[in-house]
Design a protein around this ligand. Structure first.
Ligand code: DGJ
Length: 556
């Protein structure tokens, strides 16, 4: 998948781009409006035991999404052909930035025309929107801060590295920075509420983008240095004491090495190290974002999450974007930013399972706002929705494809959309499982009802066309047990065998039907027998096929 050349048409030439600047007076009207009751069918997160579901239009909703490249949504013109691409890939949700610099080009004067256009076009395609607030942070930088902020660094001070060199990063240790970001975000939330409260096209908000710190693990501006020598806030220490047995191991060992102190400065409690610098910075970033989230939710209470640029294993704080909501500092974020609903990984590293496990280990639901748009992303979608009760999947720069109609992710989304009512219905009882297979992986194994299932790559069958290839595509599937001996299996490139778990009994197939769901009603197609199920030996979805099969099993 190659990234298409970024094309931004000149803004001056676009009539649509002449955005009316709203006056502060209109904002005040919005403020009054915001006091009205919010509708009860708001998009929201619903916790059900260990499971969290995203509810949209009062029904559980799986985000089959894609995130736009950073600059695409800054031009109506550029976006025009993008919408049909998104439609062809069967997205139900688009992740799109809101750029602070374009939304508030003059202090206190807001221009929402890009947001309006996004929402309007998404509605035409019956698509939902997750808005990404490119505010004070974008990938550890502040490149989306408006010019009036960038050029007044005395009023809006920056982070300093340890040599006192200014960075193009706003420091979180400054009230002006926080107030400016917060005011703009609140104005955005007012606007969304005003135009979208009835239709709920916007279903979630990402607050900032990959907040973090580079090139050092913390900033060394004066206010930060002062805070660093102050006691660790009681709010954090109380959280750690309350969760003493569940604190992430790295953080626990730092705290333990210093005697599990319940008071003291950052270095007294956690020791002197880059990790302590990162913990300190994470706390202050969390407090900054929490205040923004609180202010935004007070206006319009949409689910709000924050995304993380993952730390490359083996790299030190300061070498990777530090202090974001990373697994090793997630407790700091939870303590400091309790208003954030979800901590979300942007997955650009290969080990999807490793990162998904880390992000789900402390009752945080898996929500993937960005994943590398590459071969195998289709199989990964089946895996995460089946294995993690994932709420969102979204390849990055989704519009970069030249052939949307051929994209495997579009085919996977078509299937996932059809079975999403089954996934969300059965996932809370543990009856949904997901598998990801590659050339060197062991087969997946699972026991469901009275059957033991072995899930393997389709090429493992000796006679498969691609079995002799050097590289095998990633394949995956989702298996849903809907009644004793009755399953729906959807995916690509898998072969599944069943054995009975009852002593002296064998398992056989009563029927395997390929088919589709139309408005949640099953429409059977081919009866898959003979060569298609290897004369009753297994369920098979070939590599390159994306299908749903309804499987009835019995014992004899
Ligand atoms: C992750 C960021 O969140 C995106 O905005 C974009 O910069 C991608 N990285 C680029 O790979």
């Amino acid at each position: 998948m190659s990234l298409s050349t970024l094309k931004i048409t000149s803004r001056e030439n676009q009539n649509e781009m002449k955005r009316p600047l709203l006056t502060t007076g209109i904002i005040l009207c919005c403020l009054l409006y915001s006091n009205a009751q919010q509708s009860s069918h708001m998009p929201r997160l619903l916790k059900n035991g260990n499971y969290t579901q995203l509810i949209v239009d009062n029904k559980p909703f799986l985000i089959l999404g894609g995130e736009l490249g950073n600059s695409s949504a800054s031009s109506h013109e550029y976006m025009r052909p993008v919408w049909s691409k998104l439609r062809q890939m069967n997205l139900n949700t688009v992740f799109a930035p809101v750029y602070w610099e374009l939304m508030e080009p003059i202090k206190g004067q807001f221009d929402f025309s890009l947001v309006d256009s996004l929402i309007k076009n998404a509605r035409l395609d019956k698509m939902r929107v997750v808005l990404l607030w490119f505010g004070a942070w974008k990938n550890s930088m502040s490149c989306y801060a408006p010019a009036w902020i960038k050029t007044s660094s005395e009023r809006f001070p920056r982070a300093l590295d340890k040599n006192n060199v200014q960075q193009e990063i706003l420091t979180p240790f400054n009230r002006n920075n926080l107030d400016a970001d917060k005011k703009a975000f609140v104005a955005l939330m007012h606007h969304i509420r005003q135009i979208d409260e009835k239709q709920n096209t916007v279903i979630a908000i990402q607050v900032e983008n990959e907040i973090g710190m580079l090139p050092d693990a913390r900033t060394y501006d004066e206010a930060a240095n002062t805070a660093f020598n102050q006691p660790v806030p009681q709010q954090l220490l109380s959280y750690l004491q309350k969760n003493k047995h569940n604190v992430t191991p790295g953080l626990d060992s730092l705290w333990n090495a210093n005697g599990y102190k319940t008071s003291g400065t950052w270095e007294e409690v956690f020791g002197r190290s880059l990790s302590t610098d990162e913990i300190f910075m994470a706390w202050h970033c969390a407090r900054f974002v929490n205040e923004i989230v609180d202010a935004g939710k007070a206006v319009y209470n949409l689910p709000m999450y924050i995304n993380a640029a993952l730390n490359r294993p083996g790299w030190k704080p300061g070498q990777y974007p530090s202090a974001g909501p990373l697994p090793h500092v997630i407790d700091i974020w939870k303590a400091g930013a309790p208003s954030i609903d979800l901590f979300a990984p942007d997955i650009y590293f290969p080990d999807l399972k490793h990162w998904s496990d880390l992000y789900t280990c402390s009752s945080n639901p898996l929500f993937i706002p960005e994943i590398r748009f590459e071969n195998g992303v289709d199989a990964k979608a089946f895996f995460v929705f089946g294995n993690y009760n994932c709420l969102s999947f979204s390849p990055f720069s989704i519009e970069s494809t030249e052939h949307p109609e051929k994209e495997p992710i579009g085919k996977a989304y078509d299937v996932l959309e059809q079975i999403s009512h089954l996934i969300t219905k059965y996932q809370t009882s543990g009856a949904v499982k997901g598998f990801l297979l590659e050339k060197d992986s062991l087969p997946g194994e699972v026991t469901m009802n009275n059957y033991h299932l072995t899930i393997d790559h389709e090429y493992r069958l000796g006679w498969s066309a691609g079995a002799k290839n050097d590289t095998w595509p990633l394949t995956g599937c989702i298996i849903i047990l809907v009644a004793p001996g009755e399953f729906y299996i959807a995916g690509t490139g898998v072969v599944i065998t069943f054995t009975s778990t009852i002593e002296n009994k064998r398992a056989g197939f009563l029927s395997i039907d390929e088919g589709k769901f139309e408005e949640e009603k099953w429409i059977p197609g081919r009866r898959m027998n003979g060569d298609q199920d290897h004369q009753g030996r297994h369920v098979r979805i070939p590599v390159g096929d994306y299908s749903i099969q309804h499987v009835k099993v019995y014992t004899y």
